[in-house]
Design a protein around this ligand. Sequence first.
Ligand SMILES: Cc1cc2nc3c(=O)[nH]c(=O)nc-3n(C[C@H](O)[C@H](O)[C@H](O)COP(=O)(O)O)c2cc1C
Length: 188
Amino acid sequence: MSESASSESLVALMRRVTVGVYVIGVCDGGKANAFTACSVMPVSFAPVLVAIAVGQDHASLPMLRASGHFSVNVLGSEQLQLARHFGASSAREHDKLAGIAWRADSSGAPLLEAALAWLACEVQQVTRAGDHELFIARLTHGSIRLPDALPMTYAQTGNMDGSADLYGQRRVSTAVSAHDRLSTPEHP
Ligand SMILES: Cc1cc2nc3c(=O)[nH]c(=O)nc-3n(C[C@H](O)[C@H](O)[C@H](O)COP(=O)(O)O)c2cc1C
């Protein structure tokens, strides 16, 4: 069935663009922070480049711009609580790293002890992308802690990031089926 997408069908559509869920670590001037992100993607083989998209109002954004480094902590499929912890509040409200086991990479960016794997990245390019800023970065080092564990998928997080409201102002023409609702552990 073809229709002009309601915001509900647009949200459902975008959740089918499969991505994982990560905690991005940043450190500037000795102050560390971390936030949940699904907009993380490998973009080049040689050199190995990774891109992340960061919202304009995030406390992490000026830290990222200033430091030029970030870590990517890969979350496992059972770690919804960690995704919520780092994604539902800002460093402006409280220290999200308090009570969390982590160590610093060479730039000071947090590597979470619970993550399945870590990447350390050095920013090469920053560009405005709609209401986000796109950081393209070179992978400098990384390691896998749990080789057999399944990474979390964005679809598992339901509307944890509030994207159902964020897509609300856009009208995009799409073809959707009547059965476009996603079932997730959070929203069965
Ligand atoms: C599942 C999930 C995915 C998210 N993906 C992104 C993302 O890709 N980019 C982004 O900038 N924010 C994303 N967020 C929102 C940030 O994690 C959230 O706004 C956070 O509070 C920002 O923290 P800060 O202000 O301490 O930097 C996501 C949140 C959740 C729960």
